[in-house]
Write a protein that binds this ligand. Structure first.
Ligand SMILES: Cc1cc2nc3c(=O)[nH]c(=O)nc-3n(C[C@H](O)[C@H](O)[C@H](O)COP(=O)(O)OP(=O)(O)OC[C@H]3O[C@@H](n4cnc5c(N)ncnc54)[C@H](O)[C@@H]3O)c2cc1C
Length: 423
């Protein structure tokens, strides 16, 4: 626990996970410095994402059928999900672990924890909004839209699981979907409505959270690249950066997909691959829905952000790089008009795609905890497609761990341990 004079905490990574950790650590009385190699408000995965806060998403990425679908989609260059195969040992190991984790039992075990984390995070977003942290939070729910009977059947099954977990979900006919959001012309078989889900504007959130952290005394060191560690037996003394060494009492790694590389020299194994995705933000859309939605077969998320409309999607698992695959963007654009017929490819002309690298663990669950062997190090990374949604609760739990307290959500130390792939 922090007692007496303030102790120094350094957070590596200024994405949503690092910012949320900094916010709660300041609240607990730590002296906080956030270090990131990007410039202030520079780009990372926490900027151009779809901004959805999703209690409806209680299934981790590693689930039965996902690997098979990814392999089938390898033949379709425009498909929304793919794995970029490589013969590197780390990629092969990651793939094997993903395959082994994709079981019904693991999904059933993970679901209540993901539900609790997402609901707690939603509450924290609401509290932040009440405290003046601007994010454009809209609590109007999420529509899962289907244009085939097969997908609608799958979504109906999931909606029952959701209700069984205590997360409300309502199956809607095509007419009921239209009535729910009359602002948009839709061509769907039906859908499922999750009233607890929310959406927000991630860029606005990042800006506002950063300025709140600064107001509360937090310090940012931008354009500061962490290249190594200075250690004494089981303690970390300092970070080595391009601007010299930075000492602290406690260190938290929130480096997104780069977290594995960040802790490698400490002999910590944190398998992560990049789940590359894109978003296209239409500044003056022909129609502006008021409820966010997911076009289920196409795996495209549609989020109104003020007057703009953002389309986000595709997941290509591989090593981290920001190279844009034009065929994936084409696939996304083509798929939109199958659900929203008024949106034509020309409405996307001249819009630069944003690229983001989701940090994906082999079992689809984040790493939140203390790696064994180091007394003053904590990791919070690997949130895959739920990092925005799980940001605030991750920051709160990480601060509890750093401060030597029990976590407010049980099961974290066990299920999300960063030591689960240590062997
Ligand atoms: C298209 C798309 C749509 C998405 N939509 C949603 C959504 O609707 N809801 C949701 O919950 N999630 C969504 N996500 C996922 C979400 O964006 C990520 O899970 C989340 O942003 C990860 O945050 P992070 O803080 O872990 O990583 P990042 O935001 O990537 O931040 C990590 C930071 O660490 C810094 N760093 C790394 N290494 C070093 C180093 N050596 N020295 C200094 N700094 C370093 C990086 O510069 C970076 O700024 C989406 C992702 C994509 C791609």
């Amino acid at each position: 626990m922090v007692t007496g004079s303030k102790k120094d905490l350094v957070v590596v990574g200024g994405g949503i996970i690092g910012l949320s950790t900094a916010y709660f650590a300041l609240e607990k009385g730590w002296n906080v410095t956030v270090i990131d190699r990007i410039a202030s408000q520079g780009d990372n995965c926490s900027h151009g994402n779809s901004g959805m806060v999703v209690p409806s998403h209680f299934t981790p990425l590693a689930a039965p059928g996902v690997m098979g679908q990814a392999i089938r989609w390898l033949r379709d260059p425009e498909s929304p999900f793919s794995i970029r195969p490589s013969l590197s040992m780390s990629m092969l190991k990651w793939g094997l672990r993903f395959y082994l984790a994709s079981t019904k039992a693991q999904v059933e075990q993970a679901a209540p924890l993901l539900r609790d984390l997402n609901l707690a995070s939603r509450d924290l977003y609401i509290q932040w909004a009440e405290q003046g942290i601007q994010s454009g939070l809209v609590k109007k729910g999420l529509l899962m839209l289907c244009n085939t009977d097969a997908m609608l059947e799958e979504e109906v099954v999931l909606s029952q699981q959701s209700r069984d977990l205590g997360v409300p979900a309502q199956v809607l006919t095509a007419n009921e979907v239209e009535a729910l959001d009359p602002n948009v012309t839709l061509q769907v078989k039906g859908g499922v409505y999750y009233p607890k889900d929310c959406h927000l504007d991630p860029e606005l959130l990042n800006r506002s959270l950063q300025s709140e952290i600064e107001k509360r005394g937090g310090r940012f060191l931008w354009q500061t690249h962490v290249t190594g560690w200075k250690t004494d037996s089981t303690r970390i003394r300092a970070l080595v950066t391009n601007h010299g060494e930075i000492a602290a009492d406690e260190f938290v790694v929130c480096g997104g997909v780069w977290s594995e590389e960040l802790v490698r020299s400490l002999q910590i194994r944190l398998p992560l691959l990049a789940g590359k995705g894109y978003s296209l933000t239409v500044p003056t859309p022909i129609e502006l829905p008021s409820v966010c939605s997911i076009l289920c077969e196409a795996k495209v998320a549609v989020t109104p952000m003020g007057d703009k409309l953002r389309f986000g999607g595709t997941m290509t698992i591989g090593n981290p790089d920001h190279v844009i695959a034009p065929e994936k963007i084409r696939g996304m654009i083509k798929s939109v008009q199958r659900y929203m017929p008024r949106f034509k490819p020309q409405h996307f002309e001249g819009i630069s795609p944003w690229v983001g690298l989701r940090p994906v663990t082999p079992d689809g669950l984040p790493y939140i905890g203390k790696p064994s062997g180091w007394n003053n190090l904590t990791v919070a990374a690997g949130h895959a497609m739920m990092g925005l949604s799980l940001g605030p609760i991750t920051g709160k739990l990480t601060t509890q761990l750093v401060s030597g307290e029990a976590t407010s959500i049980p099961g974290v130390a066990d299920r999300l341990s960063p030591n689960r792939y240590a062997a």
